[in-house]
Write a protein that binds this ligand. Structure first.
Ligand code: CMP
Length: 123
């Protein structure tokens, strides 16, 4: 995500986000629950789980949690830290502010969403 963001976008992200560190097996998003945050992995990795089935592993620079913030509905999957992981957390309002201010950020979130849909559908 960072590689595709410009300097101004990155600076704004720095203002809007908080950095957190979580331990092994910590759950960052819980399938079926309301979600209020968007996350970007800085260091370490996390697993995306549909029930108990792993569907993806996300690495530094990858993001998750956008779906519940975009449609206001429950989390589509659970996301769990695979070890000590550092992340940026962006609140609901800040996520929308970032996308409103920078259409290029909205485009890259949407492009990744499309990419994930293609992968799920085997296309
Ligand atoms: P959200 O539904 O808010 O919370 C769980 C997140 O996991 C979801 O947003 C996506 O960011 C991510 N996610 C869900 N399904 C997949 C998938 N198949 N591949 C990668 N990431 C996913």
């Amino acid at each position: 995500m960072f590689a595709r963001m410009g300097k101004r976008e990155l600076e704004r992200l720095g203002q809007l986000a908080d950095e957190i560190e979580v331990g092994m097996d910590e759950v960052l998003a819980e399938q079926g629950r309301v979600g209020h945050e968007f996350f970007i992995v800085l260091d370490g990795h996390v697993s995306v789980l549909d029930g108990r089935r792993p569907v993806a592993q996300l690495h530094p620079g990858d993001f998750f949690g956008e779906i519940a913030l975009l449609d206001g509905r429950p989390r589509t999957a659970s996301v769990r830290a695979d070890g000590i992981t550092r992340l940026l957390v962006v609140g609901h309002r800040e996520f929308h502010a970032l996308m409103d201010e920078f259409p290029a950020v909205r485009d890259l979130v949407l492009a990744e969403l499309a990419e994930r849909l293609r992968r799920v559908e085997g296309g």
